[in-house]
Design a protein around this ligand. Structure first.
Ligand SMILES: CC(C)(COP(=O)(O)OP(=O)(O)OC[C@H]1O[C@@H](n2cnc3c(N)ncnc32)[C@H](O)[C@@H]1OP(=O)(O)O)[C@@H](O)C(=O)NCCC(=O)NCCS
Length: 331
């Protein structure tokens, strides 16, 4: 019997309507469009506005649209892996909340927290349940409402992040298409450079933690940049070497959208021309676990059965990794 691979059989995404431009940020913090554009490549990002709106509210339209595309009902889903660092609440999991909202009555699920590497960790995790034969339909969702943890008075973080959510469906494939290989890494010594200090068991929420701004995302940008630029490029090159792939073999690089300069360095290391690199950072900024599935969603029409994709990410933890994927549908 031929090996079972976990293939992506549908993809969809959702971004909120509100557009936060560099020009609007200029009115909020001491920054300017030229600085943001040259240092990050970002022009605008989407923000989920409105009372009572959470990460799951972006996942609902993303997943409903995905199920419609695939022509299946929510009750057919076996498992939901929800990759996010901005869950609706500490518990229950956003996977559970989503399952209830969409009527995935036969699914179990859990949240996976690996910051910006969330989606590639989640894709690899979800794939295991398909490859083992345990499940037939696994939903991997990557989404973050970053605006809920950003201090819009801190110019070093508020220019980078945005809100958005993407989702893919994994199903068994015996034609040699789907997730072929993954390399996932982490280094906990990166904790001081990218974190949220309070709201966990170390510093539970208190008046003091709120007053000190400890519930906002903190980033030492320069240090994170150095680690990201080296490690994302290294791991992308490593997965190519391990699978004996040349630049000509790779149809698309699907990079985490943290900074255009990090994306460019990764593509250069892989020997890829920029027309093989998915980049939408200028419109969405860094949506954390959302970036990679949002790219797949936007480029879906251009993807063809058998295309070779390399997904690569780097994020808080530090966490990083790459996935080698053979696209399973399209003309
Ligand atoms: C955040 C980031 C864009 C900053 O770019 P950078 O080139 O490293 O800039 P630096 O932090 O060295 O700051 C350079 C100068 O610009 C200033 N600056 C910082 N933010 C600014 C802003 N929004 N507007 C204008 N000036 C700004 C700094 O104060 C500093 O001034 P100084 O030289 O007088 O001290 C960049 O470090 C980065 O992208 N890091 C990785 C982010 C990331 O990937 N995070 C998510 C994890 S996946």
């Amino acid at each position: 019997m031929s090996k079972i691979h976990a293939a992506i059989t549908a993809v969809n995404g959702y971004v909120p309507d509100y557009i936060l431009t560099n020009q609007e940020l200029e009115t909020m913090v001491d920054t300017n469009d030229e600085w943001i554009t040259t240092r990050t490549g970002i022009k605008e990002r989407r923000i989920l506005k409105g009372e009572g709106k959470a990460t799951s509210d972006m996942a609902v339209p993303a997943v409903k649209g995905l199920l419609e595309k695939r022509g299946i009902g929510a009750e057919e889903i076996d498992l939901i892996v929800f990759c996010t660092c901005t869950p609706d609440m500490p518990f229950p999991s956003t996977a559970n909340i989503l399952a209830d909202k969409i009527g995935a009555v036969n699914a179990w699920g859990f949240d996976l927290q690996a910051a910006c590497s969330g989606f590639i960790y989640g894709l690899t995790t979800g794939a295991q349940f398909i490859e083992s034969g345990m499940h037939k339909k696994v939903l991997v969702v990557g989404g973050d409402k970053m605006s809920s943890i950003i201090n819009y008075k801190d110019r070093t973080t508020c220019i980078i992040f945005g809100d958005g959510c993407g989702a893919v469906l994994l199903e068994p494939n015996t034609e040699g298409l789907g997730v072929m290989d993954s390399i996932l890494k982490s280094d906990g010594s990166g904790c001081p450079y990218l974190n949220i200090k309070a709201g966990g068991s170390l510093h539970p929420a208190s008046h003091e933690t709120v007053d000190a701004g400890m519930h906002y995302a903190y980033q030492e940008g320069r240090t994170v940049f150095k680690f990201a630029v080296t490690n994302m490029a290294d791991v992308a090159a490593e997965i190519m070497e391990r699978n004996r792939l040349t630049a000509d073999d790779v149809t698309w690089l699907v990079p985490h959208q943290a900074n255009k300069r990090i994306i460019d360095a990764t593509a250069e290391r892989m020997g890829l021309d920029e027309d093989k690199v998915m980049v939408n950072i200028q419109r969405y900024g860094n949506t954390t676990a959302g970036t990679i599935p949002l790219c797949l969603w936007e480029w879906e029409d251009q993807l063809k059965k058998g295309d070779t994709l390399i997904l690569a990410a780097f994020g808080g933890g530090f966490t990083w990794g790459a996935v080698y994927l053979k696209w399973a549908y399209g003309a």
